[in-house]
Ligand binder design. Structure first.
Ligand code: NAD
Length: 293
């Protein structure tokens, strides 16, 4: 069976790697945080001491890192993994990064005969654990065909968004919509509750009405409305506000390439920056609720 190197075992990477292990794939894992590697090793993975160690014997490399700079430093440059991987290796890069950055890594991979996909995901930590993520893939159709069984082990919907970097473009568009919906939902929850409504009642009315959206379905920002949502767990776990701020920054950059106007995204970015200044960057992005109470 395909030997996998998995690099980056954070909120998303760990449950994704777990699903590959459960499906029987031999997997060697690395993260800068040793305890994450040890957790997965306890479940049957091989523990690597470095990224270079993880890719030894690997036919497929999967990475799930925070941002562009982490991905570029992992793959590019003299000591980058692309200089160490055998031609023919498949790299599935799942982090959300700048489309430009993804294209840079694609080009370097192609020069070395390595097939690479940018394959960012949507669906949150719940989707990662359940193996129901949505993958938005950029790159060659042939490489995607090869990746299909692995992606299907971690996800439910697999879209070929287009050529190199297209997965990242789709992802920043999606996350801009998500941020705007989260903020609008938080704002409305605060307004309704301040005017005497029960939070759960208001949430259910909006969920089933024309204001309904993903945050009302799966991720209500008001504590106690949804038991499984990060808001009910002190805004812990989930998707960090600082990562949402990163994605909104990427969306603004992407918009500016073609002179697009993205005012809702710009406002969302400013509100998330405010949260970061308040020291809430490590909390789940639904913590934006606290700006309105
Ligand atoms: P995270 O910060 O929890 O995990 C990132 C992991 O990468 C950390 O464990 C960190 O130690 C590790 N890491 C960083 N640099 C490394 C390196 N050089 N070598 C090995 N490990 C390294 O972040 P996350 O929430 O898992 O998100 C990962 C990516 O997925 C981000 O790009 C994020 O925007 C995206 N994403 C997150 C969610 C979510 O709900 N959390 C949903 C969709 C997409």
């Amino acid at each position: 069976m395909t030997q996998i190197a998995f690099i980056g075992l954070g909120h998303m990477g760990l449950p994704m790697a777990r699903n590959l292990l459960k499906a029987g794939y031999p997997l060697k894992a690395f993260d800068l945080v040793r305890s994450a590697v040890d957790t997965l090793a306890g479940e049957g993975a091989l523990a690597a001491d470095s990224a270079a160690d993880a890719i030894d014997q690997a036919q497929v490399v999967i990475s799930m890192l925070p941002a562009s700079r982490h991905v570029e430093s992992l793959y590019l440059g003299e000591d980058g993994l692309l200089n160490r991987l055998a031609a023919g290796t498949l790299v599935i890069e799942c982090s959300t990064i700048a489309p430009e950055s993804a294209r840079k890594v694609h080009t370097a991979a192609r020069e070395r005969g390595i097939a690479l996909l940018d394959a960012p995901v949507s669906g949150g930590t719940g989707g990662a654990a359940a193996g129901t993520l949505t993958f938005m893939v950029g790159g060659d159709a042939q490489a995607l065909e090869k990746a299909q069984p692995l992606l299907a082990t971690m996800g439910k919907n697999i879209f070929h968004a287009g050529p190199d970097g297209a997965g990242q473009v789709a992802k920043v568009c999606n996350n801009q919509v998500l941020a705007v919906q989260m903020i609008a939902t938080a704002e409305a929850m605060a307004m309704g509750v301040a005017n005497g409504l029960e939070p759960a009642v208001l949430a259910e009315i909006m969920r089933q009405s024309s204001g309904g959206n993903w945050t009302l379905e799966k991720y209500n920002p008001w504590p106690g409305v949804m038991e499984s949502a990060p808001a009910s767990k002190g805004y812990s776990g989930g998707f960090m506000a600082e990562l949402m701020a990163k994605d909104l920054g990427l969306a603004q950059e992407t918009a500016s390439h073609n002179g697009n106007s993205a005012p809702m995204g710009a406002l969302a970015l400013q509100l998330y920056r405010l949260l970061l200044k308040q020291g809430k960057g490590k909390q789940d992005f639904s913590v934006v609720q606290q700006l309105f109470v």
